[in-house]
Write a protein that binds this ligand. Structure first.
Ligand SMILES: Nc1nc2[nH]c(SCCc3ccc(S(N)(=O)=O)cc3)nc2c(=O)[nH]1
Length: 285
């Protein structure tokens, strides 16, 4: 995958693992309870995360947590466009749009977004063509079922193998549509139609996804897998567990982690990088 992704004129350099700050602009954001439902608060939070070291911001206007209801195109546009425009004017960091709707992709990129983050992996009607014509990097993610019912009874014979096969197929679909594989990131979709055991197996085997020639992207922050393991029922209490999970993902080869707790994660990855980057070259014996 490319070491520098051109995100609508804003570079994202993947020479080391990078941190994506989550900016939910939905009334029911699962962990910040719609704190950023209004524009000024959302923009302030986005800029605060950049100050804390976020390398990119991920703006989402449709909650895709389990049981979430669908959002109309116009509602989603009304939520995300003002935020993307305001942020693009006030930071030079890349901004990704977390959406599955082609028209939201187009409008968001026109407003300044530089990456498409699609939890449906461009499977919606027109999404592949929209992404291909926009030419910005894309993150494609695995989900079993739909947000409404994906956690009812997730089942796999071989969760890693099936998720790997899905991402392989979607990568191929991207290439057929004219999207350069080097501009695609792949994501196993933690919490999207997976039990705790499935999520743990995917994290344990995350390195298996680095053979696809695409950067690996992971979204673990404050999810129920962290809560169940640590006993932290309130998402806001899951920062330490989330940082631990992000570090494990990075140690397994992930290049991007999508997080709520930016500063803590940035510091953890800085410590990891100091140790990893200064590794003495292997002795020629
Ligand atoms: N690429 C990418 N984009 C994402 N967007 C989101 S929104 C989170 C929705 C959610 C919340 C909570 C749970 S749960 N039941 O596991 O706590 C699941 C899904 N996530 C991801 C992710 O991972 N990758």
């Amino acid at each position: 995958f490319a070491t520098v992704l051109d995100c609508n004129g804003r570079p994202l350099t993947l020479d080391r693992p990078r941190v994506v700050g989550i900016l939910n602009v939905t009334p029911d954001s699962f962990s910040d309870g719609g704190l950023y439902a209004n524009l000024d608060a959302a923009v302030a939070h986005g800029l605060a995360m950049v100050e804390q070291g976020a390398d990119m911001l991920d703006v989402g206007g449709e909650s895709t947590r389990p049981g979430a209801a669908d959002v109309s195109e116009q509602d989603e546009l009304a939520r995300v466009l003002p935020v993307i425009e305001a942020l693009a004017a006030r930071t030079d960091k890349p901004i990704s749009i977390d959406t599955s709707k082609p028209e939201v992709m187009r409008a968001a990129v026109a407003a300044g977004a530089g990456m498409i983050n699609d939890v449906y992996a461009l499977r919606r009607e027109g999404a592949l063509d929209a992404a291909a014509s926009l030419g910005v990097p894309v993150c494609i993610m695995h989900m079993q079922g739909e947000p409404r019912g994906m956690q009812d009874d997730p089942r796999y014979d071989d969760v890693v193998g099936e998720v790997h096969r899905f991402l392989t197929d979607r990568l191929f679909a991207c290439e057929l549509a004219g999207i350069d594989r080097r501009k695609v990131l792949v994501d196993p979709g933690f919490g999207f139609g997976k039990t705790l055991e499935h999520n743990l197996e995917l994290l344990r085997e995350l390195r298996r996804f680095t053979d696809l020639g695409a950067g690996v992207y992971a979204g673990l922050s404050r999810k129920s897998m962290i809560g169940t393991i640590t006993g932290r029922s309130a998402p806001a209490d899951r920062a330490a567990g989330s940082v631990a999970a992000a570090l494990i993902a990075v140690q397994q080869g992930a290049k991007l982690v999508r997080v709520h707790d930016v500063q803590a994660t940035v510091d953890a990855l800085t410590v990891w990088h100091a140790v990893d980057a200064n590794r003495p070259a292997r002795r020629k014996d």
